[in-house]
Write a protein that binds this ligand. Structure first.
Ligand code: ATP
Ligand code: MG
Length: 420
């Protein structure tokens, strides 16, 4: 029996990894343009980090957590999400003293014990952003716009931004009461999980994936009608800010976040292209979280993007990075040519040109096959004939044409390749 990967955990093979690298390089570039700075935290945390922050009735804590005891019986988990880890690191390192308005981002694997299906895995990856230290609605708007800008930089321009306000500790209780009253009326139509949530976290019912629960949720009272004046103004200013940055949105009062710590702004970026797993990113404001985790009172807001879902979208739309420069294949035949070619390819790489070379002494025919297979734009051919004449043959694999350039005229070789 061949050894297999753990269920719900995927290999990312080179063809796909190229897309991941592209996504990550755009992440660094775009977030860098807004002066967000990267933070890296461990994949493993102590259980308390999530038990305290996420809320006991969230599906993550109820049933999705990968938790273990280490050799000394300490309870540890593979992180299910990034926000709580970032807050733990922020508090532990007293980062508020270094930067009272911290704009942070992270990326990496997350672990949830979910039923694996398309777009839902047990190891998946997130790219996330957290801004800690400001309640200003423009901060919400900035980071939402930044996500939008990031997606567009990858060529994805048809995501829908759905946004809502969840109110705050002042106005949410009244809404929650009304919601419970409504949901209790339709209790018989809810799934088992939601019946349990009714007592603990009724808001989550609005987020249930079950069709019958969604039907009940669609007629539920709207939080928008219960927002206090502060929350209403905050929400209006966020929307106005998003518009000012040039991004568009749709208010959807059904958007709630799965985690307890959210208040006020909540949003998702959704797509029509990925079936049931339609949320590519989700986020919102969590003003009480830093405090809840034992830190100073610091408001915060953030989002997380599901990278697997993002990469599926890129594949679906056949989007790839375009400006990688030509790939070159060096076909050297014979020992003398091979020796010369090694020097040549080293020089080409110094010029930033991507080159693959073969060292197995095969004939021209099989070398040309290899060049085709890797999709090289040019094949450089150096055999004994070329060596005798002091030339390098450059075959354009697209045009099916060939030129010879003097072997010692390196700069015209480079110009020829880069011109193409
Ligand atoms: P969902 O409603 O799809 O379960 P969620 O509310 O649990 O999502 P968040 O915790 O907000 O998701 O995570 C943000 C993003 O991470 C999601 O929008 C999604 O793109 C991605 N994501 C979450 N869970 C998974 C998973 N198990 N596999 C792949 N991607 C995931
Ligand atoms: Mg989930």
């Amino acid at each position: 029996m061949p050894i297999k990967a753990i269920k719900g955990m995927n290999d990312i093979l080179p063809e796909e990894a190229e897309l991941w690298q592209w996504v990550e390089s755009e992440m660094h570039r775009i977030f860098g343009l807004f002066h967000y700075r990267e933070i890296r935290t461990p994949v493993v945390e102590s259980l308390e980090v999530f038990a305290r922050s996420l809320g006991s009735s969230t599906s993550i804590v109820e049933k999705e957590m990968y938790s273990f005891e280490d050799r000394q019986g300490k309870k540890i988990v593979l992180r299910p999400e990034g926000t709580a880890s970032v807050m733990r690191a922020y508090i532990e390192n007293h980062y508020d003293q270094q930067d009272p308005l911290a704009r942070l981002y992270y990326h990496g694997p997350m672990y949830r014990y979910e039923r694996p299906q398309k777009g839902r895995y047990r190891q998946f990856h997130q790219i996330g952003v957290e801004v800690i230290g400001s309640e200003a609605p423009m901060i919400d708007a900035e980071l939402i716009h930044m996500a939008d800008y990031f997606f567009k930089s990858l060529g994805i321009d048809d995501l829908e931004l759905e946004i809502n306000s969840l109110g705050c500790m002042v106005c949410r209780p009244e809404f929650t009461d009304k919601l419970i009253a409504y949901l209790t009326e339709y209790k018989a139509d809810l799934c088992e999980d939601c019946i349990r949530r009714l007592g603990k976290n009724p808001l989550r019912i609005l987020d249930c994936k079950q069709e019958k629960c969604q039907a009940v949720a669609s007629e539920a009272p709207s939080i928008q009608e219960f927002l206090c004046q502060n929350c209403e103004e905050h929400f209006d200013d966020v929307l106005e800010g998003i518009g000012r940055f040039g991004s568009s949105y749709a208010v959807n009062t059904g958007i709630v976040r799965g985690l307890d710590y959210y208040q006020r702004t909540a949003f998702e970026f959704t797509t029509q292209h990925l079936g049931a797993q339609n949320a590519v990113a989700g986020g919102g404001r969590y003003d009480g979280l830093v405090r809840l985790m034992g830190g100073p009172h610091m408001p915060g807001v953030g989002f997380a993007i599901g990278v697997e879902r993002l990469v599926s979208l890129l594949k679906e739309k056949s989007l790839t990075k375009t400006d990688q420069g030509s790939l070159v294949f060096m076909a050297a035949i014979g020992t003398a040519a091979g020796n010369k070619a090694v020097k040549l390819v080293s020089e080409l790489r110094k010029q930033g040109i991507r080159v693959e070379m073969s060292y197995d002494g095969k004939g021209l025919k099989s070398l040309m096959k290899r060049s085709d297979r890797i999709g090289a734009r040019y094949t450089l051919i150096l055999g004994s004939d070329e060596l005798d004449k002091g030339v390098l043959a450059i075959r354009d694999m697209q045009e099916q044409s060939q030129v010879e350039l003097p072997l010692d005229d390196f700069s015209s070789v480079v110009t020829h390749i880069q011109g193409g």
